[in-house]
Write a new protein. Structure first.
Ligand SMILES: Cc1cc2nc3c(=O)[nH]c(=O)nc-3n(C[C@H](O)[C@H](O)[C@H](O)COP(=O)(O)OP(=O)(O)OC[C@H]3O[C@@H](n4cnc5c(N)ncnc54)[C@H](O)[C@@H]3O)c2cc1C
Length: 507
């Protein structure tokens, strides 16, 4: 052992979305001092993203805290920073039908709540689809009513609930979604709309992380693992924490070091490391996992990547000179009298029927007059191919029809998100198809064990929303997955938990 220098393990995080940044921040808090983040795009934050419309900062990605309670670390971070004081109270909900009539909001919200409760069923190994369950249960509720007019009202509102659920899931058909979707899911409470504020979370995660260790425009094209790669490097000061030496196998003879992992970037750069935490989206893994890893991922992990679905949604921002809606309105929903909850799916030839939900960005003082139109699945894919002019005129006709007002002006600007065609993301979030339950996400989260160098543990690790069966598809799920992997490494190196660990409740 003479001449050997103990050193801090090197850790590379692939992806500067919330999972990657949370992992990197937590690792630094544990005292790991050789942490590098590689991000393929020009922007940090991944699916937590902001854009400027007029003078307003809007969220092109996540905008709601799913569960505004102290259990939720994202809620806690935004609350503790005082940002939530900028959030408006919920606006009112308005409903219109395709006969140009406003629908009684009290009745609609009551029926809506019944439909939502039916959809949020915690199925357990049913093997059924959410669509099948929804059709069955809503039929029973409708049949139990003796009022014919009410039956029709329920039918239409339930269909609306189903269509809105497609947006929450990012899917095109409720019959393709597993009824067991929420079997392991942790509901942290009511949603809180935090428009224009979610990106501040990214700023918070970046605080104190050394800028020179966040490398942008570094697309990772290959992760070679289970190897023994040599490098001549400057030797950093030995770590003060003696416990590191117990596990750090990569050693130096003089200045030559061996590493089990070699990361190759698209620009030809090679980075050798002891550990890599891969946080790319499920969409990216679906497209690239076969080429990304050498040796290939184990068959069971590839199977999970192929089995899980990665949906898409589009947010269409419509900026107006003046509001044509009343002050205090939060959402408009459009109800079609020929829609039915028995088959809730999109139809690209009648795509406007799936732009049934509009939300108002509030407060007006911060955002001006901006509406967001929402749509799911293949309608979102279609929207991504349309020009802003075509979208503007189609949506203006749509709004005029429902409001029964031919003088609604076209928006002064239209911006739609393009998550599906973003080649580093490829969609919105993960969902479970029929026959698959959340447990498979544990397989995705499992670190890889080398066969040539099995003693060099935790070479390749995985984080990201798709690795969290209890919170997939969310920002806090992504954040906690990053913490989970940082904690795994800390445990491996016998590190004491940082004080921030208390933010993570067991989920
Ligand atoms: C439109 C939209 C609305 C949403 N709304 C909400 C919401 O209201 N509330 C909520 O909780 N969640 C919402 N979500 C989901 C939430 O945004 C995500 O679950 C979460 O941000 C995912 O974070 P992540 O770190 O797991 O992945 P990502 O954010 O996808 O981060 C992965 C990063 O890896 C980078 N990358 C990819 N390939 C490579 C490579 N080869 N080399 C280097 N880097 C690479 C990507 O560029 C990206 O920055 C929404 C998502 C979308 C798209």
């Amino acid at each position: 052992m003479k001449g050997m220098t103990q050193r801090s393990p090197s850790i590379v995080v692939v992806g500067a979305g919330v999972a990657g940044l949370a992992a990197a921040k937590r690792l630094k808090e544990y005292g790991f001092d050789d942490v590098t983040v590689l991000e393929a795009s020009e922007k940090v934050g991944g699916r937590v993203a902001a854009a400027t419309i007029g003078s307003a900062c809007v969220d092109t990605g996540a905008q709601y805290i799913h569960g505004a309670t102290d259990e939720n670390p994202v809620y806690c971070l935004l609350k503790n920073s005082g940002l939530l004081s900028q959030v408006s109270e919920d606006g009112s909900e308005k409903f219109y039908n395709n006969k140009r009539q406003e629908v009684d909001a009290d009745v609609a919200t009551r029926v809506y709540k019944i439909g939502e409760d039916i959809l949020r069923y915690h199925g357990s190994s049913t093997g059924k689809s959410l669509g099948e369950h929804f059709a069955e249960k809503t039929k029973a509720v409708i049949d139990s009513s003796e009022d014919d007019e009410m039956k029709i009202r329920m039918q239409n509102v339930f269909a609306l609930v189903g269509k809105d659920m497609l947006i929450d899931i990012g899917a095109s058909d409720l019959h393709s979604v597993s009824l067991d979707s929420w079997e392991y899911y942790t509901n942290m409470g009511e949603d809180l709309d935090v428009p224009g504020l979610m990106f501040r979370l990214v700023d918070m995660l970046l605080e104190d992380f050394p800028k020179e260790r966040l490398l942008m425009k570094r697309e990772v094209s290959k992760i070679k693992w289970d190897g023994s790669f040599s490098a001549v490097k400057d030797v950093p000061a030995p770590p003060s924490d003696e416990s590191l030496s117990a596990h750090t196998e990569a050693v130096s003879e003089g200045n030559v070091r061996q590493y089990p992992v070699c990361i190759v970037c698209e620009n030809g750069e090679e980075i050798l490391t002891d550990h890599v935490i891969v946080t790319v989206s499920l969409g990216f893994l679906k497209a690239q996992a076969l080429n990304l890893f050498s040796p290939s991922l184990p068959a069971e992990k590839m199977e999970v990547i192929n089995k899980l679905c990665f949906g898409n949604i589009a947010k269409i921002f419509l900026e107006y000179e003046q509001a044509f809606w009343e002050d205090g309105v939060g959402t408009f929903s459009f109800i079609y009298e020929d829609d039915s909850p028995t088959s809730v799916s999109t139809n690209t030839t009648q795509w406007l029927k799936n732009i049934q939900l509009f939300s108002v960005l509030r407060p007006k003082e911060r955002f001006g007059n901006i509406l967001i139109g929402w749509c799911p699945g293949d309608i979102a894919d279609l929207i991504e191919t349309m020009t802003e002019e075509d979208l503007s005129s189609a949506i203006t006709e749509h709004l005029r029809m429902f409001f029964g007002k031919s003088d609604i002006p076209p928006p002064k600007s239209v911006h739609s998100t393009k998550w599906g065609s973003n080649r580093f993301i490829k969609g919105s979030y993960t969902y479970l198809p029929v026959g698959v339950n959340g447990q498979v996400m544990d397989t995705l989260a499992q670190p890889l064990m080398g066969s040539h160098r099995p003693t060099v543990n935790l070479q390749v690790m995985f984080a990201g929303e798709a690795t969290m069966k209890s919170l997939y598809g969310t920002v806090h799920g992504a954040l906690l997955s990053g913490h989970r992997e940082a904690d795994r490494l800390a445990k491996h190196y016998n590190k004491d938990p940082p004080s921030t660990a208390s933010l993570d409740k067991q989920v």
